[in-house]
Design a protein around this ligand. Structure first.
Ligand code: PAF
Length: 279
């Protein structure tokens, strides 16, 4: 497995693979890999001749008061895991390599105006821009994203459609700890007490899944979910919302495929979780 830190080196390898007619799967990550990422890499491994994992903590998707500097990093461990999972190459650039005097960015509307996009106004523009760059650099046939970041997945799918990227986007299920907590690199921020409190998210998801059915009002699903979170003293709701699964706009009733998503602060750590319902 090779580690490439420059666009030129990565491209050289990609061109060589393409010349041999090989297909490429890309798993874009910000590192600090966990079983959720591992499931994306394994899926990519099955569906492509070559797998590239990008490990890049992308500064443009963090707002000024967010956790860019504190974001956990452990490249040695990440590369060992990638190697074990049969990754062919890691793309691991420095921010300067990715954003030399950049004047161009991808913007989006509508889908990024709700849920996390509302609380994190610069976030999805940064994601769209870096993901576009990674798609071009990797020349990938397929790219793998987790359902845990459901709004990100919907946004990337829409961007690919709107801008005619020749790439297939593959969404993969949420991977959870044995007790239900969705795997996240940010879980390391939680102390013991907060780790226990964080279970209110997956408990709320479970409650919502029990209640939801075609025709039910959003509030009949969301209010009992909020109650579970509000009963936890260390938890503070950012949002618990229901949106149309495709355009991410709020819905009053379940009449189409929907996403029920939440962001909750547990102590200082902002955690997300969600479930989808198909009619
Ligand atoms: O989901 C993530 O880890 C990031 O948003 C991504 C897709 C790697 C872009 O930086």
């Amino acid at each position: 497995m090779n580690v490439y830190t420059t666009v030129a080196e990565m491209r050289q390898q990609v061109h060589a693979w393409k010349k041999e007619g090989l297909t490429i799967g890309l798993v874009p990550t910000m590192g600090y890999l966990h079983e959720g990422h591992a499931s994306l890499i394994e899926r990519a491994r099955k569906e492509n001749d070559k797998v590239i994992v990008s490990v890049f903590v992308n500064p443009t998707q963090f707002g000024p008061n967010e956790d860019l500097a504190a974001y956990p990093r452990d490249f040695k461990r990440d590369s060992a895991l990638c190697e074990k999972l049969g990754t062919d190459a890691i793309f691991h650039p420095e921010p300067e390599e990715m954003y030399q005097n950049a004047c161009t960015a991808v913007t989006m509307s509508v889908l990024n105006e709700t849920l996390c996009g509302k609380s994190r106004p610069v976030h999805f523009g940064g994601v769209c821009t870096v993901v576009s760059k990674l798609f071009h650099i990797s020349g990938a046939d397929r790219a793998y994203f987790g359902q845990k970041d459901a709004q990100q997945l919907a946004i990337v799918r829409k961007m690919v459609k709107d801008l005619n990227f020749d790439i297939e986007i593959v969404g993969c299920p949420i991977v959870r700890e044995a007790d239900g907590l969705a795997k996240s690199s940010r879980n390391v921020y939680l102390n013991e007490e907060e780790r226990k409190a964080a279970l209110c998210l997956s408990r709320a998801v479970k409650k919502g899944q029990e209640l939801i059915h075609l025709g039910i009002s959003a509030e009949e699903v969301l209010a009992p979910m909020r109650q579970i979170i509000e009963a936890e003293p260390l938890a503070k709701i950012d949002y618990v919302s229901m949106v149309d699964a495709e355009n991410m706009q709020y819905v009053d009733h379940v009449e189409s495929d929907v996403l029920v998503a939440m962001a909750v602060y547990v102590g200082k750590t902002r955690l997300i979780d969600n479930f989808s319902f198909h009619v």
